[in-house]
Unconditional design. Structure first.
Length: 318
């Protein structure tokens, strides 16, 4: 029996869908269906109940699930053993990150991965914290940088960094004309924000509830690029971390100021999906992400809206 059939079986079991499993595997739905059917024939048991809404495990499928995980773990451990002995690491690693901290983290990660492990194929996607947590749980990504500790116990995580929240507006707008602004002032500012659950918004909502205050969120948009474009047009203000708006501040599209009393900090972590033991390639990329935190200068600059290279007209300096 080919191990790829067991991998596809696990993908279908994790996603509950032959089409989603095909997307995960980078193949067609018919190929996945054919491979699972062949496995069912070889084992002499039906593994899935197929319905119009997807696929659910049968009793035989549920019995096979832990054994299939163990089988693939053994195969991956052999690959990791050889990688440790030879120093050569290869394979595909699916990495997801929130847009608010994707730059320049993704750039530095790609450069370092190509230099150290040219045989690793790194696939990068961005998404919300909620999406990344789902992708990790379903096996749709291997590593994720997200703005809260995953709630699922089988996902391993490490803290990476913490960033203060800023208020951003169209350049020259009065809302960001001062060095800082108190949190209480947000009640009178028209905000655009993603829908909940969202890491930054949850911090704002929790502090507002603690103060008995109501935030003035007048528009909800779940696209990071659209939120910035709408803010740059001057219709709304947005609450953001520095890396999310650094390029627009430098170009003069946006300006930003610190939110104080209190300073709210958004903490980001690196999470590894736990459906299968991480491969040598996944471990290698995870090590690079963690090493980038202290060794690169971008984390320090992300923590402050003041950079020496930024034009004075674009940034409110402390």
């Amino acid at each position: 029996m080919e191990t790829v059939k067991f991998k596809l079986f696990l993908d279908v079991a994790a996603s509950g869908s032959f089409s989603r499993a095909a997307t995960l595997a980078g193949t067609t739905q018919s190929s996945v269906s054919k491979a699972v059917s062949q496995l069912e024939t070889e084992l002499g048991a039906r593994l899935f109940d197929r319905t119009g809404r997807g696929a659910s495990l049968t009793a035989a499928g549920r019995a096979l699930l832990p054994r299939a995980h163990a089988l693939l773990a053994d195969v991956q451990s052999l690959s990791s053993l050889m990688a440790d002995l030879t120093g050569a690491v290869s394979g595909t690693v699916r990495f997801a990150v929130q847009p608010s901290v994707s730059w320049p983290l993704v750039h530095d990660l790609l450069v370092a991965t190509r230099a150290r492990h040219p045989e690793i194929r790194l696939l990068v996607d961005d998404g919300t914290t909620h999406q990344i947590e789902e992708w990790l749980a379903e096996g749709r990504c291997d590593l994720g940088v997200m703005s809260r500790v995953p709630s699922l116990e089988h996902i391993e995580s490490w803290p990476l960094f913490s960033l203060p929240l800023l208020l951003a507006s169209k350049a020259g707008a009065p809302q960001t004309a001062r060095v800082s602004m108190p949190f209480s002032a947000l009640a009178d500012i028209a905000l655009i924000a993603p829908t909940a659950p969202n890491g930054g918004r949850m911090l704002l909502e929790e502090e507002a509830r603690r103060r008995g205050m109501r935030l003035n969120i007048v528009q909800e948009v779940n696209s990071a690029s659209l939120v910035k474009r709408l803010t740059a047009r001057g219709d709304f203000c947005m609450v953001a971390t520095w890396p999310w708006v650094a390029i627009e501040v430098a170009s003069g599209e946006l300006s930003a100021t610190r939110i104080v009393n209190p300073v709210l900090r958004q903490t980001f972590c690196l999470a590894v999906g736990g459906r299968r033991p991480p491969s040598a390639a996944v471990r290698a990329v995870a090590d690079i992400v963690r090493e980038l935190m202290p060794s690169r200068g971008w984390q320090t600059s992300m923590g402050s809206p003041t950079l020496a290279a930024r034009p004075a007209s674009a940034v409110v300096r402390p």
